[in-house]
Design a protein around this ligand. Structure first.
Ligand code: PLP
Length: 362
């Protein structure tokens, strides 16, 4: 969070203008700042990342009922957005290195009903964007990235928002960069601008013309102001996170039965998450034991992502998590450790000590 004085200063204008939402001055300013930062042609702001994703799926005007190839190793939002928008998710497994979509398994899932690929830059790890583009081009499919975890990440010197037909970022309070709640869509086609604008405002195209059955997904001025303030500290935040991650790596690298995701080539990361995968046979304790031990010590780690979305109760009888064995396996063994900019390194050491105390003196 920014200093409260700084935020109050930023929102003072709103008491003069009385313009609280509906694409006001803060909204415009924040959007411009993001376009400059990311170097992308178009940014559309949203009240959250989830509705941003639903709006992209609508805006591309793909055949309803069409199949969208995606992964189940993600937050509920990705799969729900596909289904709530009237499409059918087809689950592709993840690769065992960085848990993004396994590009070797995409083509066998393509049918004449496939309309798009919706991969996830999970934990801020970048999917194999080149291979995905190649496959999508060959089969005339849209590529929409769930980049909720990957804000400010670059690949080969370009923002991740430059890859795919569109990318969604989440600015939820728990993400690397927040606007309290919020999200954005980055896209390249000029023709999408008006459609996204209409869709996030009830489909209202003009005072007397309602063009779409839209919902309400606008970012308000207070959230935009929060974004303007927090953007000033983005590199600071990421730098501090990198220190925490470096300490975790120093403490936990090279321990048998403990898997850490290797650094990705040509990627400047944002240190959004620190996942660790446990192999009970080798390490001596499983994920749930580590989770419980940390909890006993007042430390809240997260089982991200467990269960996989294709194992959710609401999708019982509809999908089978055994179709994506790597995702299923990782979901049972992974834990993301506490990670935020001001996390004291002494606490990182304590967390690592607790974890290491469980490996049975190996
Ligand atoms: C956070 C998140 C979302 C949804 O974003 P909100 O801003 O919370 O709506 C979507 N996908 C993934 C992978 C996320 O982590």
């Amino acid at each position: 969070m920014p200093d409260i004085e700084e935020y109050v200063e930023e929102i003072k204008d709103l008491w003069d203008s009385h313009w609280l939402t509906n694409m006001g001055a803060k909204h415009k300013e924040f959007q411009k700042q993001l376009e400059n930062l990311l170097g992308v042609e178009h940014v559309a702001l949203y009240c959250n990342g989830h509705l941003a994703l639903e709006n992209i799926l609508e805006a591309f005007q793909m055949e309803k009922g069409g199949e969208i190839i995606t992964t189940p190793f993600t937050f509920a939002s990705t799969t729900h957005a596909i289904i709530r928008s009237g499409f059918t998710p087809v689950f592709c497994d993840v690769n065992p290195v960085d848990f993004t979509i396994d590009t070797d398994k995409i083509e066998s899932l393509i049918t004449d009903k496939t309309v798009a690929i919706l991969p996830v830059h999970v934990y801020g790890n970048i999917c194999n964007v080149e291979k995905i583009k190649e496959i999508a081009d060959a089969h005339n499919l849209k590529v929409i990235y769930d980049a909720a975890h990957a804000f400010n990440v670059t690949y080969k010197g370009k923002s991740v928002s430059m890859y795919g037909d569109a990318a969604m970022f989440s600015f939820h309070a728990t993400k690397v960069f927040n606007t309290i709640e919020g999200g954005a869509v980055c896209y390249h086609e000029d023709s999408m601008e008006q459609r996204l604008k209409d869709l996030k405002n009830f489909g209202i195209h003009g005072p007397e013309e309602v063009a779409y059955v839209g919902g309400n997904a606008k970012m308000n001025e207070f959230c935009a102001a929060m974004g303007i303030c927090n953007l000033r500290y983005l590199s600071d935040e990421i730098q501090k996170r990198s220190v925490v991650v470096a300490r975790y790596k120093e403490q936990l690298s090279g321990i048998d039965g403990l898997y850490l995701i290797p650094d990705q080539k040509d990627v400047v990361p944002n240190y959004a998450y620190f996942p660790v995968v446990f192999d009970k046979e080798v390490f001596g304790a499983d994920r749930d034991e580590v989770f419980a031990k940390l909890e006993e010590n007042g430390i809240c780690a997260r089982k991200y992502f467990y269960p996989t979305t294709n194992a959710f109760d609401c999708y019982k009888d509809r999908f089978d998590p055994n179709d994506t064995p790597v995702a299923l396996d990782v979901s049972l063994r992974v834990l993301t450790l506490p990670l935020y900019a001001d996390l004291d390194l002494a606490i990182v050491d304590k967390i690592c000590e607790i974890i290491k105390s469980l490996n049975g003196g190996r």
